[in-house]
Write a protein that binds this ligand. Structure first.
Ligand SMILES: Cc1cc2nc3c(=O)[nH]c(=O)nc-3n(C[C@H](O)[C@H](O)[C@H](O)COP(=O)(O)OP(=O)(O)OC[C@H]3O[C@@H](n4cnc5c(N)ncnc54)[C@H](O)[C@@H]3O)c2cc1C
Length: 439
């Protein structure tokens, strides 16, 4: 059923968009340097995705979906990335409407709310392709909209709530954000201080959220707040859908940051913000538990888009080093360089295997917290290693503004956001039963 529906929608999309082979930033730069004579083009993601159907978790429908997305990205998003990065922002409503109309914001969401009704492996195929957008900010912003602020709403929200927030979010008519982290509580989610106190049929919310992605443009927030003073910090919280135009919400100016320049990151204050209790997702007190489940989608989606970034960095670095000469020979002919690139690519393939394995188990309904934490940990660390090594081989050109330096600074976030490396290690230790508290 899902595949049939996919075919119709994706074929329609394919007809609307023409395939453009974009000239990548590195080629442009190489051309400016006058070193283009024998430029060996890196494999386009389309060619790479052709081999995807050989992977056990993917089918020709996955490849078709990725191909359609690639065409859309090449037409509507990739040509604007440099401009948005320069401007420090992108038009979220326009971009999400484009993606939403084509079905890419609700790949595994129910059909009755506008989703494609496919399984999570299709979501992963889509986010692997998103990693081909030549910046980290857009894949992150799209990830927040499609798969970070909505899983709990989809799984535990009432029909009324899903019609109000999920359906327009999937269509790209509204922009969503996720409000978990606070000034004094990032890694330790249980320590959040924002409260939602009952008054009549409403909640009155007070507190603040920090580093909220999409926050400057968001129409609604999936907010985690303390809804009781219960002793157990894992059972006194709730997730609430909060319309961002509600009185008492103060959104601070966009924060300047190391990377992810076109993504908006803001601090938000809540001063006596009134929302109906029926905007709560699922049962009162289970918000922390829902958020921990929701993190699994976030961590898998974040990890899979790292694959394309690593693939592209390695391929483009191989091409550059194949052109660039020093001491009478190409850089690539130095064994230290082509061996290093081979080692990095090997690591990427190892990560890919674990991500696909975790995806397969997740689709089968298994708890993949253990593997998803490993994927997130390894993706963050490998991105740092790949972008650092590749930038080195680009020499002075790598230090200039361009795709490689952007990948280097954008990727640094992956080891911090959505649960830092050390938090992932703690979760893995918990499953290994090696934490001191369990001894
Ligand atoms: C660009 C950006 C976008 C973000 N978007 C969002 C968003 O949309 N929504 C949202 O809710 N949050 C968002 N965040 C917040 C992000 O999830 C947090 O920054 C992250 O969880 C880490 O929390 P913290 O910054 O408070 O670090 P802290 O908790 O202060 O930790 C600092 C460092 O200490 C180390 N550490 C932490 N715990 C341990 C431990 N137990 N053992 C050993 N070392 C440890 C880690 O290295 C960690 O990086 C975003 C952050 C950034 C930078």
């Amino acid at each position: 059923m899902g595949a049939l529906r996919l075919s119709k929608r994706v074929i329609a999309l394919s007809k609307r968009t023409s395939c453009l082979i974009t000239k990548n930033a590195f080629q442009t730069k190489a051309s400016e340097e006058g070193i283009t004579k024998k430029v060996k083009l890196f494999e386009t993601p389309l060619e790479v995705s052709d081999s995807l159907s050989d992977e056990s978790i993917f089918t020709p429908e996955h490849v078709e979906l990725r191909r359609a997305l690639r065409k859309l990205l090449e037409k509507e998003i990739i040509p604007h990335v440099n401009c948005w990065e320069e401007a420090g922002g992108f038009p979220a409503h326009k971009v999400f409407k484009t993606l939403g109309s084509a079905g890419f914001l609700g790949v595994n969401k129910p059909v009755e709310y506008g989703g494609l009704g496919l399984d999570f492996s299709f979501t992963m195929a889509v986010h692997e392709e998103m990693g081909n957008i030549p910046c980290g900010a857009l894949p992150m912003a799209i990830g927040v909209q499609a798969d970070m602020c909505t899983p709990a709403l989809t799984n535990f929200g009432s029909d009324e709530l899903k019609k109000l927030f999920l359906a327009p979010n999937i269509a790209g008519d509204i922009v969503g954000c996720l409000g978990v982290s606070e000034v004094g509580a990032g890694s330790d989610v249980s320590a959040i201080k924002t409260t939602a106190v009952k008054r009549g049929d409403d909640y009155v919310i007070n507190g603040g959220k920090m580093w909220t992605t999409n926050g400057a443009q968001a129409d609604w927030m999936c907010l985690l707040a303390n809804t009781s003073e219960g002793q157990n910090p894992h059972l006194n919280k709730s997730l609430i859908c909060v319309p961002m135009k509600t009185k008492g919400i103060v959104v601070q100016p966009r924060m300047k940051k190391l990377g992810m320049h076109s993504s908006d990151t803001v601090q938000i204050f809540f001063e006596d913000v009134v929302v109906p209790q029926k905007y709560r997702i699922g049962e009162e007190g289970l918000g922390f538990v829902y958020q921990m489940k929701q993190f699994q989608d976030e961590r898998l989606v974040g990890s899979v888009s790292a694959l394309a970034i690593c693939d592209r960095c390695i391929r483009q670095t191989a091409n550059y080093c194949h052109q660039r000469k020093a001491f009478g020979k190409t850089l690539l002919s130095n064994q230290v360089i082509h061996f290093k690139l081979a080692e990095l690519q090997t690591e990427v393939e190892m990560l890919r295997s674990t991500i696909y394995r975790a995806t397969d188990l997740y689709v089968k309904g298994k708890d993949v917290t253990y593997l998803a934490s490993m994927c997130k940990l390894k993706a963050g660390r490998l991105l740092r290693e790949v972008t650092d090594a590749c930038l080195q081989y680009w020499g002075g050109m790598g230090y200039m503004e361009g795709e490689i330096s952007r990948a280097f600074r954008d990727s640094r976030l992956v080891s911090i956001g959505g649960g830092a490396d050390e938090v992932m290690l703690s979760i893995i230790c918990k499953y290994m039963d090696t934490l001191p508290s369990s001894r």
